[in-house]
Ligand binder design. Structure first.
Ligand SMILES: Nc1ccn([C@@H]2O[C@H](COP(=O)(O)OP(=O)(O)OP(=O)(O)O)[C@@H](O)[C@H]2O)c(=O)n1
Ligand SMILES: C[C@](O)(CO)[C@H](O)COP(=O)(O)O
Length: 372
């Protein structure tokens, strides 16, 4: 199913307090929302913001839409913005839940194959009381009582219709869905997936992040393509005019192939040939962004985001320098990564060897993947 994510972040965080709304405050060195968005790397993300936050939100490089005065209104603004885009499923997530994991996201998406909705929750384990005037006034039966979390996942058309029909004031999107008669499966939530609500929650979140073990993977890739007749070459997603072309089963983008193999390498997942066999005619002439998007998507499925990558093109000509920034920008766009994490550079081989004789272009790439 074509899936998008709506991250609602238009609230003002009145219970948290502070100089700026909680989703913009710093948690372990970066804004809360930067943690939240990292969990959805590789997916289409729509960030619902307060109009006052537009300037700082633009730095994330995701689609933005302005929210409303209530959470319901903000979710509806996000759903409306996705209408007509072909999205079939949507995950609706609180920007104020920065510790969501990719594993939870995957379990929710899987549940949507059999249900109209799926949402994470944990059973209540403490006794529940009713209180009045500072005294215990009664006990509430906790059997079958759950603590609801987000992301809450739905098939797109029914949840849009449900939100349109709802009068407002719902606690969450599951309440809206159920009011419209949708079935919503309970998926096991995660204790760490807390919502930053009160001042003490930042310290809890910091402690959880510290406790998550650092898991960094490193991969390398190397590729070569020979020159042939032609008037341009594709390098790192950019069409570069040249007196020759590059020979290959796909578009022969040697830089993007090396980077794709570096990501597969970091995942111990072989190389492009394993996932897109050259013997398969459907990949003939394929644009190489398909391969790179697949590799980074596989990384995201396993819970990894790009740490950084570095591609070196080895050729006498064409000159790469004038195109390097455009190449970095294009690779970052395909991978849903910050452009500051993507490097493209070049070297000649001092006229030595096959690259020196201008028989072809070689590329090497390194990539790190970081567990989110
Ligand atoms: N008008 C609103 C209100 C809330 N939210 C978002 O909904 C999520 C959950 O809401 P909550 O924790 O209640 O956030 P706030 O409304 O910001 O907090 P408070 O109620 O303390 O003001 C948050 O990510 C928040 O930014 C939103 O997008 N639009
Ligand atoms: C949607 C939600 O996170 C589910 O637990 C929650 O209901 C929203 O937060 P609020 O504190 O109720 O506004």
């Amino acid at each position: 199913m074509d899936t998008a994510v709506i991250v609602v972040a238009a609230g003002r965080g009145s219970r948290m307090g502070g100089e700026m709304p909680k989703q913009w405050q710093v948690l372990s060195g970066k804004p809360v929302l930067a943690h939240t968005l990292a969990a959805f790397a590789g997916l289409r993300v729509l960030l619902v913001i307060h109009p006052e936050d537009r300037a700082r939100a633009e730095a994330f490089g995701v689609e933005l839409v302005e929210g409303g005065a209530t959470r319901d209104a903000s979710v509806l603004a996000g759903l409306r913005a996705l209408e007509g885009s072909g999205v079939e499923a949507v995950l609706i997530h609180d920007g104020a839940r920065p510790l969501v994991t990719r594993g939870l996201v995957d379990r929710l998406v899987a549940a949507l194959a059999v249900h109209q909705g799926a949402a994470p929750a944990l059973p209540v384990s403490d006794a529940l009381w009713r209180g009045a005037g500072g005294l215990v006034a009664g006990t509430v039966d906790r059997a079958g009582i759950y603590r609801a979390q987000t992301p809450q996942a739905f098939r797109f058309a029914p949840i849009l219709a449900a939100h349109r029909a709802h009068p407002g004031g719902a606690a969450d999107d599951v309440e809206v869905a159920r009011a419209a008669g949708l079935d919503v499966a309970i998926v096991e939530g995660e204790e760490s997936n807390l919502k930053l609500t009160w001042p003490g929650d930042f310290a809890r979140a910091e402690a959880i992040l510290k406790g998550r073990t650092m898991d960094v993977r490193l991969g390398n890739g190397y590729d070569v393509h020979a020159f042939c007749e032609g008037d341009h070459v594709w390098l790192c997603g950019v069409k570069v005019p040249h007196s020759r072309g590059l020979l290959g089963h796909s578009d022969a983008d040697v830089g993007m192939h090396a980077l794709t193999d570096a990501i597969y390498g970091a995942l111990a997942e072989g190389d492009i040939g394993r996932h897109f066999p050259p013997s398969d005619p459907q990949w003939k002439g394929a644009a190489s962004h398909v391969f790179l998007a697949h590799a980074i998507g596989l990384a995201a499925e396993r819970g990894y985001a790009l740490g950084n990558c570095d591609v070196t093109l080895v050729c006498e000509r064409p000159k790469i320098g004038p195109h390097a920034v455009e190449m970095q920008t294009e690779l970052a766009r395909i991978m849903g990564a910050d452009v500051g994490r993507v490097s493209v550079k070049a070297t000649t081989s001092e006229r030595l060897g096959f690259t020196g004789r201008e028989e072809g272009i070689a590329a090497i790439a390194t990539a790190t993947l970081v567990k989110t």
